[in-house]
Design a protein around this ligand. Structure first.
Ligand code: 13P
Length: 251
């Protein structure tokens, strides 16, 4: 079995709850004939409206984070059960912005991925190197550590449900996309690491997305590569026509 193509929008801290219903409806309408899974990951406060709008359509809804504990005294946090209760399907874990600004570590990424899987949410685990790390020639060393730590204690059966997003930090929001060769090199490397951790067949079933300034003009070339099974889209996911064009490119 081959990996499923998934194009997911990461809204980050954009759009209001009051804008969400109409926007998700417009995405659903513009991607009606999608040949891949279409996901909108929204801020917590937009999720209930997003789920309501996606109901009865092919669009799935994701959160941008979760807490790894079940419940308790964690002011301001949101649990996996809360997301499930709302009807959320996916959850982004370990985005580089959270690693940078919110003290997310490989250890918390692992705890969150395991909690998401335990509760039946699909984790989108983000990995990626900084420009400094790329220039130092340690990209694959770093990615290898991020992947191995993220998957620690996760069974092969569960690993197949995880989505990985390779997002070079230097390409996020900068307009600087990794070339399709650079992206393929790392995504292919990730597949090899997964094959060594689990098995080749397992690795082939895991969706590996590319993220970082993906837009209608470069999406096709990136997603044509054998080890790139979709995208995690920031800026372009906020404009229906752009997001729909990227979904079309995945077909
Ligand atoms: P941009 O598409 O805006 O570069 O953001 C990518 C990203 O961080 C998606 O998670």
């Amino acid at each position: 079995m081959m990996a499923k193509y998934i194009v997911a929008g990461n809204w980050k801290m954009n759009k209001l709850p009051s804008e969400t219903y109409d926007f998700v409806k417009s995405v659903a309408a513009a991607t009606e004939n999608a040949g891949c899974e279409v996901v909108c990951c929204t801020p917590y406060v937009c999720l209930s409206k997003a789920v309501e709008a996606a109901n009865g359509t092919h669009v799935k809804i994701g959160a941008e984070n979760l807490h790894f504990e079940d419940k308790g005294a964690f002011t301001g946090e949101v649990s996996a059960d809360m997301l499930k209760d709302l009807g959320v399907t996916y959850v982004i874990i370990g985005h580089s912005e959270r690693r940078q600004y919110n003290a997310e570590t490989d250890e918390t990424v692992n705890l969150k991925a395991k909690k998401a899987l335990e509760k039946g949410l699909i984790p989108i685990v983000c990995v990626g190197e900084s420009l400094e790390q790329r220039e130092a020639g340690i990209t694959m060393d770093l990615i290898s550590i991020q992947i191995k730590k993220a998957f620690a204690g996760i069974s092969a059966e569960d690993a197949k449900k995880v989505v990985i997003a390779y997002e070079p930090i230097w390409a996020i929001g900068t307009g600087k996309t990794a070339t399709s060769e650079q992206a393929e090199e790392v995504c292919g490397g990730i597949r090899k690491i997964l094959a060594a951790l689990y098995c080749e067949k397992c690795a082939d079933e895991i969706t590996i997305q590319y993220g970082g300034s993906m837009k209608p003009s470069n999406a096709k070339e990136l997603m044509e590569k054998p080890n790139i099974d979709g995208g995690l889209i920031g800026g372009a996911s906020l404009v229906t026509e752009d997001f729909a064009a990227i979904v079309k490119a995945a077909n």
